[in-house]
Design a protein around this ligand. Structure first.
Ligand code: PHE
Length: 542
């Protein structure tokens, strides 16, 4: 006699209790696997009493470490070079000054409530730790619209350079591929690979999946959109003509189409209401005087009992002695600070390469909403600054700030341009996608993380020669990887080195995780370090 899944679970629950039923549900796939470290730390409350910790850097990794360690009773001091918390989590608003290490200064004059998250700007729903902190700290979240079927793809070399709306590119591609596969099935080319039953099932599927007619042909369909929208009376609407397969097969079209399929980029995504920096400011508020601003580190020394961190506070030399150090500074910054690190660590610091991601943001009338029905989402161009990224905040208001250009400019032609030339390129992209609108955008702000003091890079690209974070792929937000590749952080010797402490110094940050370039990576790296330090303290106390 068959038994339903529900009955089965009830019986497991009766026999083994809730946790047995839960485990069974997980095993048979009814629940997603638990996220790494989303469970609480396995540490005795109060373990940190009488233990001094110096935390270096007030980005998300440093803030998470301070938050967790203080709760465990550690005596924490967090040194932050700037006068704000957050590190790369930086939101620029009207009135803010953007300064680069080469002296370039820009003054932002956008109207309130417009802003741009020039660092992290989206939170995947799978990033349970950072989302968990938002909940704990009362940071209000809203949906970040990472994709819009009304947004455009543009390629100078295809379709006469005319932009294509994503709903059409995606659905026409599906239609063409389905038509071809149906043809193969009907011609018997797949007889050796599929049973007769599955061939029939496949044909039924393709008719719906690809919107094929009864003869198995793709002739367009309303999923791909209209040339003339339907209305009342005799306005039945006119469907768009399908784009030919040759055009769609251009990799610069299909890469943009697949962006939203990337694991981390899939809907639903979130952002804090009012700017990403609501997260570090909420941490900082909770931490009170644990965070010391205006305190750049000038030396990191090992001592017989731990560490001695030298720094300046408002320019005056200071020092801090501690039992442990949680070091959340970027390696590009760390390598310039006099230190006592052992050889394998200085090797990674000296040899690693960070990407120089940039963003150019403009303020404008919301032409994308008002004239094109685009609400949030990204657009991709082949030549020029890609992607264009429309705001999810204050949709339907009059003016907004959007991005035109966000990628790694290190070693790129774009990177060699002067600032006015970069801004001109960014404006040209808008003109390519939305002719006539390049002229109406204003008040550009350009941020290149390679030139931001105390960062000197956006995210790690390479842990040493031949130690790519993801071999064979360019780690860029502009479309999916050109080649299939998987992150191989774990096989990199440099990465492995960083995951172990150098004496009393524990390294944290997204670069010490497999979730590089995400705040979640920063959070999990710190949770891991807190666990390791606490295990050590426990062993010492025993
Ligand atoms: N997390 C960053 C972003 O949202 C950087 C990144 C881009 C990470 C693309 C992975 C892939 O854009």
């Amino acid at each position: 006699m068959g038994i339903s899944r529900r009955d089965f679970l009830m019986r497991v629950g009766q026999a083994g209790g809730y946790s047995a039923a839960f485990l069974t549900m997980q095993t048979i796939g009814l629940f997603p696997p638990a996220a790494a470290f989303a469970e609480p730390l396995r540490v005795e409350p109060g373990i940190g009493k009488g233990v001094k910790v110096a935390i270096l850097g007030g980005g998300i990794a440093g803030l998470v470490a301070a938050y967790e360690m203080r709760a465990l009773g550690y005596d924490c001091t967090l040194l932050e070079a700037r006068t704000r918390p957050g590190g790369r989590n930086w939101t620029v608003r009207g009135g803010d000054k953007v300064e680069f290490s080469d002296g370039t200064t820009q003054q932002c004059t956008w109207d309130a409530p417009n802003y741009q998250n020039v660092g992290p700007a989206r939170l995947p729903s799978i990033h349970k730790n950072i989302l968990g902190y938002c909940e704990k700290l009362g940071v209000e979240l809203q949906v970040e619209v990472n994709t819009s079927r009304s947004s455009f793809l543009q390629n100078d070399a295809a379709n006469g350079g005319k932009p294509v709306v994503q709903r059409q590119a995606i659905n026409d591609t599906r239609g063409h591929v389905s038509e071809l596969l149906a043809k193969c099935v009907n011609a018997g080319s797949l007889d050796a690979d599929m049973s007769k039953d599955d061939r029939d099932r496949m044909l039924t599927f393709l008719r719906i999946y690809g919107s094929l007619d009864s003869a198995g042909k793709y002739n367009g369909g309303d999923r791909a959109g209209y040339k003339v929208l339907a209305g009342a009376g005799d306005e039945a609407g006119v469907l768009a003509d399908p784009i030919d397969m040759h055009t769609l097969l251009d990799e610069n079209f299909w890469q943009g189409m697949l962006f939203e399929e990337t694991f981390d980029m899939q809907a639903t995504m979130f952002q804090p209401v009012g700017g990403m920096d609501r997260i570090p400011f909420a941490f900082a508020k909770a931490l009170g005087n644990v965070v010391q601003y205006d305190s750049p580190v000038t030396a990191i020394r090992k001592t017989p009992s731990g560490v001695r961190v030298e720094y300046t506070h408002k320019g005056a030399p200071k020092a801090l002695e501690a039992d442990y150090c949680v070091c959340a500074l970027p390696l590009t910054v760390l390598r310039k600070i006099p230190n006592d690190f052992s050889a394998p660590y200085t090797k990674v610091m000296d040899e690693c390469v960070y990407a120089h991601a940039y963003k150019v943001a403009w303020e404008s009338r919301r032409f994308w909403e008002q004239d094109y029905n685009i609400y949030g989402g990204l657009e991709f161009v082949t030549t020029g600054c890609s992607p264009v990224w429309f705001p999810s905040a204050n949709i339907f208001s009059k003016r907004g700030v959007f991005v035109s250009g966000y990628t790694d400019e290190r070693e790129s032609e774009f990177g060699k341009l002067l600032l006015p030339e970069k801004l001109a390129e960014s404006r040209k992209t808008v003109e390519r996608l939305h002719p006539g609108h390049g002229a109406e955008i204003e008040k550009p702000i350009y941020v290149n993380w390679g030139k931001v003091a105390y960062n000197e890079g956006s995210w790690i690209q390479r842990y040493g020669p031949g130690q790519e974070r993801a071999p064979g792929i360019t780690f860029t937000p502009s479309g999916v990887p050109a080649k299939e590749g998987k992150a191989q952080t774990r096989t990199n010797a440099g990465y492995q080195t960083l995951t172990e402490p150098d004496g009393p110094v524990y390294f944290v940050g997204d670069h010490v995780s497999h979730i590089v370039a995400w705040q979640e990576g920063a959070a999990v790296s710190s949770l891991r370090a807190v666990q390791m330090i606490s295990d050590k303290v426990k062993a010492k106390n025993a």
